[in-house]
Design a binder for this molecule. Structure first.
Ligand code: PMP
Length: 305
């Protein structure tokens, strides 16, 4: 990924993609204390627009706050910088990755006194779990790895180190021939995917794990709440067991990268009809209308670059 043309925003200025480097003694590289975001921009009739830019940027600042890191820029500056990166790379639709990390002034567990850095990159990134997955649904495996307990790593922060758990779960599932992993919390209740929130549909009601199961407070998850309200669908946050997923009528994952991806199978047990369910399809279609600027009700969720 490093050898390409383009610009990356680093600590307040655009630098050439190939020059956007850090030192090997970077604190975050050693101890994993850092936070990031995943944001998407879509091509709309009005031009390229970043979806829920403010909410993503606020979550980045909140993640940093939880990690006791002070980002040396304002929220507005970081929002503007993300637009600048999309423009500078002439991207029509893309994925945007802001990341804040601790510098290399000294090592040792305590990062006190080290500089806090921020970078923003953007590149074209299609369907995270495949175009086919968006239409037909994906195959998921319950992970042998437990999702973080809420008082071990902080689960409302999108931190760098939280993703070791995601990587382990995803590698295990994909090595076994599945598309993605589903993680359970330390009590055995359903938490989330390696990089997605989970929803199930049963008898016309939509359910998702409440955040005490250690799932990230996904911005797509929040968007699904609004969509369900618009569609007159009841949505309930509650504890969910893995067997409730097996016997659900429909299931789907949500995330900025994964968008709305139906799940057709969990642990080789077919969910519902084993394809994208009708309610999932309605929600997915409403989601793509919103992000692509086809629903004026949510125009304020789109920031033109
Ligand atoms: N859970 C995890 C672990 C994730 O990595 C993501 C992606 N950021 C999500 C949930 C979904 O969050 P969002 O909809 O804000 O992208």
């Amino acid at each position: 990924m490093e050898d390409r043309d383009g610009k990356i925003w680093m600590d307040g200025e655009l630098v050439d993609w190939r020059d956007a480097k850090v030192h090997v003694l970077t604190h975050t590289l050693h101890y994993g204390c850092g936070a990031f975001e995943g944001v998407r921009a879509y091509k709309t009739a009005q031009g390229t627009a970043i979806f829920r830019l403010r909410e993503h940027t606020e979550r980045l600042f909140n993640s940093a706050k939880i990690l006791r890191m002070k980002i040396p820029f304002t929220l507005e500056q970081v929002m503007e910088a993300q637009k600048e990166v999309v423009r500078a790379n002439k991207l029509e639709s893309c994925y945007i990755r802001p990341l804040t990390w601790i510098g290399s002034e000294k090592l040792g567990v305590s990062p006190k006194g080290n500089k806090i850095h921020l970078m923003i990159a953007a590149w074209a990134w299609g369907a995270y779990l495949g175009e086919e997955g968006l239409k037909r649904g994906i195959r998921v495996k319950t992970s042998s790895y437990t999702r973080h307990h809420v008082n071990i790593t902080m689960t409302q922060a999108k931190t760098v180190s939280n993703y070791t758990n995601s990587i382990l779960a995803n590698m295990e599932a994909t090595d076994d021939g599945y598309d993605e992993a589903l993680l359970l919390d330390a009590s055995g209740f359903v938490s989330e995917g390696a990089g997605e929130n989970l929803f199930v549909v049963k008898n016309g009601v939509v359910y998702t794990p409440d955040l005490s199961a250690g799932a990230l407070n996904g911005i797509t998850r929040n968007t699904i709440f609004a969509i369900c309200q618009d569609l007159g669908l009841k949505i309930v946050e509650k504890r969910i067991t893995r067997d409730e997923v097996y016997i659900a009528d429909e299931a789907f994952f949500t995330g900025t990268a994964a968008e709305v991806t139906p799940i057709r199978e969990l642990d080789r047990i077919q969910i519902g009809a084993g394809s994208r369910g009708p309610i999932t399809e309605k929600i997915q279609s409403a989601f793509f209308d919103i992000v692509n600027g086809r629903n004026p009700k949510y125009a304020e969720w789109l920031s033109l670059v």
